[in-house]
Design a protein around this ligand. Sequence first.
Ligand code: SF4
Length: 112
Amino acid sequence: MSENEENKVSRRRFLKVAAGTAAAAVAVGALPRLARAEGLPHLKESDPAAQALHYYEDASKVPTTKFPQFKKGDICEVCRFYQGKPGQTWGPCQLFPGKDVNKDGWCEGFSK
Ligand code: SF4
């Protein structure tokens, strides 16, 4: 094989590898978007961050004697920190990054 032919083969091999790498990068880049479409892990009441702010997955279970600031109708869905979409039961909350909270939940960080 001449030097010229070897260069052509190397160039072709390089382009093949580069194309494969680019395709893999596109596929990996799409993963977080796909994961977000599925939603984030649900915040559990047992999570230390949830316990720090006394998060309740179901606001109807908030003991009003313990949390007198809680008013009927105060739920995540109407909280300024809630970022869920209408019609979805779970959505992100700015106070609990990386987790979804229940739209019917409540925590001490509630703010209308
Ligand atoms: S800050 Fe608001 S949206 Fe987030 S958990 Fe507390 S009440 Fe729900």
